[in-house]
Ligand binder design. Structure first.
Ligand code: PLP
Length: 352
């Protein structure tokens, strides 16, 4: 079975070997306050920061999921309000989670084929945190680095970005936001079960000012532990081991991103040439890591079914276009030969 599901997604082929290595090394039986564990956590963070080119003064924490990051941000960084700028299901869910916790989440919704217009976004209040979804996995759109850089230059507000389905697949403009997070089962090519949170010194300062030490998700408590290369609770040791190992293996993000870019360009040429319609018409806002294809409800059902019969899993549609689209993950762990297999299938399906 080959999977193009955009999360959980195909893991790197080498993960099988690393699982065995993890077992043999004994570290997955080690106590999480032991030197062996701390060394491993330190290596994993260092490898990640090096390969993804994360600024030295940004801190990296491993948590449970991207969803958990919604709560961590709401409980530790939002002292007044938050402004959620989104166009799809994940951005909306983040807003809803936050609203339940803080009661002060504002929405700015924009259309699928548009970039948010900064002139019409009402000016955020001084302490308001701006929440963005870098890659909207539900509809295959993404924010450009130019947009993020412009927003950064225009306001002093803290900016938090959900980069769950783009982190480790494309180059992110780290300096243009204070909080970035994602989870491992997307572009990292790892088995599900961990989130990655990356925070700027300014976000740490805000967490200190908010001073939440009374929740499981206390950012300060998480941080105290990570500064010692420990974790507040007994962590997903195997997940951290695999993260360290995969981050050691992968090429620097610039190189990975070049491959992502080329493959995305290729999909966006191949699909229309073979009778498939891209969900996102505006090239400028298309995601490079999740390609969404639009069709009638009947044909979507038929394509997914025929694909399964030849051992290919396509991503279901998600959110508002659930029934009339399917998604193709363009994540780094997918091989050229798997892509060829999917293309052959799509060509034969559309010629029927
Ligand atoms: C997958 C995804 C999430 C949720 O990730 P979990 O690891 O399941 O918490 C959140 N946001 C986006 C944009 C996603 O793609």
């Amino acid at each position: 079975m080959i999977t193009f599901y955009p999360g959980p997604s195909k893991v790197y082929d080498e993960v099988g070997r690393y699982l065995q290595e993890a077992f043999e090394s004994g570290v997955i039986s080690a106590n999480h306050r032991s030197t062996a564990f701390m060394q491993m956590l330190e290596d994993a963070i260092r490898n990640l920061k090096t390969k993804l080119n994360v600024p030295d003064d940004y801190e990296v924490y491993f948590v449970s999921s991207a969803t958990e990051c919604w709560e961590i941000i709401a409980e530790n960084l939002i002292s007044d309000a938050s402004l959620h700028i989104y166009n799809g299901a994940f951005g909306e869910k983040w807003m809803e989670y936050t609203q339940k916790l803080t009661g002060s989440a504002r929405s700015y919704f924009f259309e699928t084929n548009e970039e948010p217009d900064l002139n019409t976004v009402t000016k955020p209040a001084a302490n308001e945190i701006i929440c963005l979804t870098h890659n909207e996995t539900s509809n295959g759109t993404a924010l450009t680095s130019e947009f993020l850089n412009t927003l950064r230059a225009q306001c002093e507000n803290m900016i938090a970005v959900d980069a769950t389905s783009s982190m480790a697949g494309v180059v992110l403009p780290w300096d243009s936001a204070d909080v970035w997070y994602g989870s491992v089962q997307k572009c990292f090519g790892l088995p599900a079960g961990m989130g990655v949170m990356i925070v700027s010194p300014k976000a740490v300062e805000r967490a200190i000012a908010v001073g939440n030490r009374s929740h499981y998700n206390s950012l300060l408590f998480i941080r105290d532990n990570f500064l010692k290369f420990q974790t507040p609770y007994t962590p997903n040791t195997l997940g951290i081991y695999l993260m360290g190992r995969v981050m050691k293996q992968v090429l620097p993000i610039e190189t990975v991103a070049e491959q992502t870019h080329k493959r995305a360009q290729d999909w966006c040429k191949f699909l229309p040439e073979n009778g498939y319609r891209l969900l996102v018409e505006n090239e400028a806002v298309r995601s490079e890591t999740v390609v969404a294809v639009k069709d009638s409800k009947e044909r979507i059902v038929a394509i997914k079914k025929a694909a399964l019969q030849v051992g290919i899993v396509l991503g279901n549609g998600y959110g508002k276009d659930k029934e009339v689209s399917f998604r193709i993950a363009n994540f780094p762990a997918i091989t050229d030969s798997e892509i060829r297999t999917l293309k052959d299938f799509l060509v034969s399906f559309s010629s029927k």
